[in-house]
Write a protein that binds this ligand. Structure first.
Ligand code: AMP
Ligand code: MG
Length: 454
């Protein structure tokens, strides 16, 4: 994409006047992000709201699970050795002396030749050491005939067999899954300490922008970036608020930035990030704090900036307004910052597959390329369009290939890593065709999730 250089006014300190004579390396900015961004503090949330949140501290079991010896079957609790030798031809006979029900203390005890009827989950009666399933019994009044021998401990779920008291239940940093919430409930936790959700203010700038979902009119276009970025933020565990579209007026944008500095954990500013006369954001950030980088050796997001304001505590990402650049800049910088703030793994939450290129993929040495591609018949097709403003190109794309700065691209047939936008849509089924079989984990073309973000 072509770079707009310089500005028509401003002092030598005005970042617009410097243009992009030098550009930061992607790797350099990733290092800066890794060294600078720390997880937020913790908050207590009810289990019912904790799915997908990140555990702030390890959880240990305060009590054993299960908390008492219990039956794992519907049947009869008895002494296992008294079933030895029993068969369908020579059943062993027991006297049924009571019943144990879930949720109640069991008053009955098992003596020699005795059994107690038990339900799954009910406490084991004293004296019993095994449960014979009801299927292997026949009942007649107080008499129970047992047609099978069982060893000691069979169908008894022992106190602490799942978790002993003091056991580690879940480690800090765990992205809580639904079953984790179940385990937490099992150890009596009603709430759980999780990393606070990053509060993200998305500031949209541009004189030409209408509210999202408005028909274009009078040389004005609907804002696409707020809806796209708020969805990315939600995916990455943040809580987004959109401000704007704001006009390209320095005082208005400055007031919006300072006005949200105290109620956000990261600011994402869309548009006005480049080096043209309407690009006020770099100067504002430089004035309020530090413009860490302005201009990145990355296509199509070279007019990206990174800053720190609020005494170096509030990261700001200057996202280019071009929608594809905006997505690329989010993927490369805003996403990793957000995920680190929220205590998540910083790497891309995209599935990576290695497949051969259908055609050559061209890039320039000296910059990272974010090449949108499709996957067809197991091959990677670069999408012809290279325009940073062609949002439909990313909608059509299945994913992207990152071409490192030391490569001129890849020849046809070369295997490349594709980062898939949709984790489930690997070669999506065409209309009228049956669903593909579920993925085979041994298939060599599917690699485990890995990431260049470190
Ligand atoms: P800017 O980064 O502000 O110089 O904008 C670059 C290009 O992206 C211009 O063509 C803008 O009209 C377009 N653009 C900027 N912001 C948005 C937005 N939020 N939604 C859609 N297009 C935008
Ligand atoms: Mg603009």
């Amino acid at each position: 994409m072509s770079q707009r250089e310089g500005g028509e006014s401003g002092s030598a300190a005005d970042p617009r006047m410097r243009g992009f004579k030098t550009r930061a390396e992607v790797a350099e900015l990733w290092n800066w992000i890794a060294a600078t961004i720390r997880p937020l503090d913790a908050e207590e949330v009810p289990l019912f709201e904790a799915s997908g949140r990140v555990l702030a501290a390890a959880v240990h079991a305060p009590v054993p699970v299960p908390p008492f010896d219990r039956s794992a079957m519907d049947g009869y609790a008895l002494r296992a050795e008294e079933t030895f030798g029993a068969s369908a031809y020579v059943p062993a006979v027991f006297q049924c002396v009571g019943r144990s029900r879930p949720g109640q203390r069991c008053a009955a005890a098992v003596g020699v030749g005795e059994a107690v009827q038990v339900a799954t989950g009910a406490p084991m009666p004293a004296g019993a050491d095994a449960v014979i399933p009801v299927e292997a019994t026949r009942r007649d009044g107080d008499r129970v005939w047992v047609s099978e021998a069982i060893p000691q401990g069979r169908h008894v779920s022992r106190r602490g067999e799942d978790l002993a008291g003091g056991d580690l239940v879940l480690p800090a940093g765990r992205l809580l899954r639904p079953q984790d919430l179940g385990v937490l409930s099992a150890v009596g936790a009603a709430t759980v300490r999780v990393i606070r959700r990053p509060r993200v203010v998305i500031l949209i700038t541009g004189n030409e922008l209408l509210a999202p979902g408005t028909l274009a009119r009078d040389f004005q276009i609907p804002d696409t970036n707020s809806v796209m970025v708020q969805a990315l933020v939600a995916r990455d565990g943040g809580a987004a608020r959109v401000v704007g579209p704001l006009p390209d007026e320095e005082p208005t944008i400055r007031a919006a930035i300072t006005g949200h500095a105290d109620d956000s954990d990261v600011l994402l500013v869309s548009g006005g990030s480049s080096a043209g006369p309407e690009d006020h954001v770099p100067g504002i950030i430089a004035g309020l704090g530090q413009l860490v980088a302005h201009g990145v050796a990355l296509r199509p997001a070279s007019p990206t900036g990174l800053g720190l304001i609020r005494q170096g505590t509030l990261p700001v990402v200057l996202l280019p307004g071009n929608p594809v650049s905006c997505l690329c800049a989010y993927d490369f910088f805003a996403g990793p910052i957000l995920r680190r703030l929220g205590g998540r793994p910083p790497g891309w939450p995209y599935r990576c597959v290695c497949l051969p290129l259908a055609r050559k993929l061209i890039s320039l040495v000296g910059r990272v390329d974010y090449a949108r591609v499709r996957i067809r018949d197991g091959q990677v097709e670069p999408l012809a369009t290279s325009g940073a403003s062609i949002l439909s190109s990313v909608s059509r794309a299945d994913g992207f290939v990152v071409i490192p700065p030391d490569r001129e691209g890849y020849p046809a047939g070369a295997p490349v890593d594709v980062w898939c936008y949709d984790p489930h849509a690997l070669d999506p089924p065409q209309a009228g065709q049956p669903d593909p079989p579920p993925p085979n984990p041994d298939q060599s073309s599917r690699k485990a999730h890995h990431t260049p973000l470190g």
